[in-house]
Write a protein that binds this ligand. Structure first.
Ligand code: FEO
Length: 403
């Protein structure tokens, strides 16, 4: 496996081929916990790994240097997928300073104790010279935890960006130009939709802080290193961080005996007009990860639920809560669905969720008792057309990043 990013900087992380559930994020392609070794007059390691991979990480470092020679362990982010090997690392690198910002140190101490460990606190603009190379630190709070930080090596134009620009993608390849570009961009978008999206304003600040840097290579803490396509992923983040919508209408639903499904299909039929992408997603047969990625850049959507025990369907509620947490209210929407003897059932409750999500609700719930009539289905087609009209108000999609 090729591990060299550039002279004497190597990937020494771990590949988690079999993880499929990353705190509910469905990782169909597995994941990696990236760590990088910089060999210089003073050796440094960028980021620990997840605890169960400690031994493999140490072996990878040991292929290049004696762990005793590590002088700095940089910790760009406190989340446990990166930091849970830290207590073991403290013992394995007895001469290393633990270099991080105050918020990150405090969070790590909350997890592990270790107030007495050999901490070195840094803030934006601080630098450490390793000899021929410099580490410069840029705090990037809330991308996506309060402790998040970038580490930049100006001599190589190399940005260690922790989770930002990452992808959950286990592979023997280490670089973006060693795999299908469409797949790496799909995984980067999925990552953004499921991890980063609520923090777009903070991504903007981080991007502004990095704007003056000569970034030639981006090494995130998950997935592939952006060696040939750094410009493309930066361009993609510039679009995603402003929640830019596509001319896309999604009809989400969960149904019991197909009445809600029939209404959803009629809405989809009405929304299917030239220039508008459409999709129909049964939320019980999709997972939240895919739902979020489809939803992320849709200009308009309808959400339907049948009525179960007087309430909306549990899977519908789960999807709506997940979507609300993404905090992308700049979408037109309405609720639909069926009910039986409970007058205020699934469709009305879906609308309550839509109000909580602060979407632009363009009409009252489209609902029927038991089975939709031909008149209701005609109204559904018309309502679908209204969603398409809203979607066409979005700017035409001409991606900067060629994807
Ligand atoms: Fe990969 Fe936010 O941890």
């Amino acid at each position: 496996m090729r591990t060299s990013l550039c002279g004497n900087i190597d990937w020494v992380g771990a590949i988690d081929w079999n993880v499929r559930d990353f705190h509910s994020y469905v990782t169909d392609r597995g994941a990696t916990y990236n760590s990088y070794l910089i060999r210089d007059r003073e050796n440094a390691v960028i980021d620990p790994v997840k605890g169960p991979f400690f031994k493999r990480w140490l072996e990878n470092i040991g292929k290049f240097v004696d762990p005793d020679s590590i002088r700095s362990l940089i910790i760009n982010h406190a989340e446990l997928d990166h930091s849970s090997a830290l207590p073991m690392a403290v013992k394995a690198f007895p001469k290393a300073e633990l270099v991080t910002n105050k918020k990150c140190r405090d969070t790590l101490v909350s997890y592990f104790g270790g107030e007495e460990w050999n901490w070195r606190l840094v803030k934006t603009g601080d630098e450490i010279s390793l000899g021929s190379r410099t580490l410069r630190f840029i705090e990037t709070p809330m991308v996506h935890w309060p402790d998040s930080m970038f580490t930049y090596v100006p001599e190589d134009g190399l940005l260690f960006s922790m989770d930002a620009f990452g992808q959950h993608f286990a592979s023997s390849a280490r670089f973006d130009d060693e795999v299908d570009f469409d797949i790496v961009m799909e995984e980067a978008k999925t990552y953004y939709a499921n991890i980063v999206i609520p923090y777009g304003n903070f991504v903007r600040k981080a991007m502004a802080a990095a704007a003056g840097l000569d970034v030639r290579m981006i090494a995130p803490s998950h997935g592939l290193v952006w060696r040939s396509h750094a410009a493309e992923i930066l361009a993609a983040y510039r679009e995603w961080m402003v929640n830019r919508n596509r001319r896309k209408v999604i009809v989400f639903y969960d149904s019991m005996w197909d009445s809600t499904a029939l209404i959803g299909e009629a809405i989809l039929d009405g929304a299917t007009v030239p220039g508008v992408e459409t999709d129909l997603i049964h939320v019980r047969h999709a997972n939240l990860t895919k739902i979020a990625t489809s939803f992320m850049d849709a200009a308009a959507f309808a959400f339907g639920s049948a009525t179960l025990n007087g309430l909306l369907m549990p899977t519908a509620a789960a999807a709506l809560v997940y979507m609300e947490g993404m905090r992308v209210p700049n979408k037109a929407a309405f609720a639909f669905g069926s009910y039986g003897w409970a007058a205020k059932g699934g469709p009305d409750q879906v609308e309550e969720y839509l109000r909580r999500g602060k979407y632009e609700i363009i009409r009252p719930p489209l609902k029927c008792p038991y089975r939709p009539t031909p008149e209701l289905l005609a109204e559904a087609r018309q309502a679908g057309g209204e969603l398409a009209g809203k979607a066409l108000e979005a700017a035409e999609y001409k991606p900067e990043h060629g994807h």
